[in-house]
Design a protein around this ligand. Sequence first.
Ligand SMILES: Cc1ncc(COP(=O)(O)O)c(C=O)c1O
Length: 399
Amino acid sequence: MPPVPVILAPMATTLAPRDFAALRAREFPGVCEVAYLNAAAVAPIPERTRLATEAYGQRRTRPHELKADDFDGVLERARAAAARLIGADSTEIALGSNTSFGLNLAAHALPMEPGSAVVISDREFPANVYPWMRQRERGVRLEIVPTDPLGRPDEERLLERLDRGDVSVFALSAVQFASGYCADLTRFGRFCSERGIWFVVDAIQALGQVEIDVRQAGIDILATGGHKWLCAPFGTGFAYVRRELQDRLEPHLVGWTGMQACTDYTRLLDYQYKFLPDARRYEPATHGLQDLVGLTESIQLLVEAGISRIGAHQQEVLQPLLDWLAGHPEVQVISDLSPARRTGILCFQPAGPENTFHSLADAGVVCVLREGAIRIAPHLYNTVDDVARVVSVLNRTNP
Ligand SMILES: Cc1ncc(COP(=O)(O)O)c(C=O)c1O
């Protein structure tokens, strides 16, 4: 197949008009009927993503008309969009179907001395626990460092543990699923690189709402799925593998598309066990191309809106609830509200959280209960009125 030039549609630095209400009406009409405050579980796909994936499906009904650009071009644009989002190079992106793909890649491929420790914080999402438990087969210990009393990573305690000289890997969620706590990645990244510790980041609760620059943060491997804050189709995601590491990390899943000898589809039988010279070596094989078209569209939309602007919008939208919580000190706030730690995930524990949760659901508020707390997770399509609806329920249930 001839090489396909990567033509990433130019990204405007601003939306015209930069207006979240207009964006909501145009791209997210499906969530206008309810107060959809659940991006930390599943975000809606925007209209442009739906249209792009449907258009691909339409072309797919006539596969003889698909062009080279519908194959390699789709993959290259998805890798380029992912790379741009996190400050990486396309050659450092392996497309995969979820966060677990990248976390398993890290757990199986990173060199670890028998007897060394993998360190995680307690209360990590299970996707960032089980692949590390599996490494006990390699003689590696998994150490789970206790959180602070409210269940957030205890950064000082983690650093103290990482400093003991026997740690091979530190794996951390950039944003915690049950508290919204945003970790200081740069501080951890620097600390790890100074001590030769691999730094692995689960970024699914961050990308799309929190800026991450993998180089600045010193991340070795980052893993994400697309269906939460990236507003992308289910079964999309990617892993970042730092360029300098790739020659040292043998793929765990050996896919034929990751092999140099398989780039010419007219001659596939010259078997040679040599990987491609970039992160494509970690990709399992044939992709869900129609969904990757959607991933690219969704990332572009978010980048055009501006990730830091999305973050500011979330805080504006959350303000009525923050004010209500400030006036109700008896309600335990689980999230750390300090500016560097807060995100668009706000978790709190009213008396009788289940009853409050059901009253919220009855009032058309879509959110979830996680680990005994109500989790409110607005994104770029939400309005202050959505969160005002939460407050009016709270005024009834927890006066
Ligand atoms: C921190 C975190 N990691 C991972 C996942 C999901 O993992 P995967 O994309 O592999 O299903 C979730 C939520 O579902 C999560 O909150």
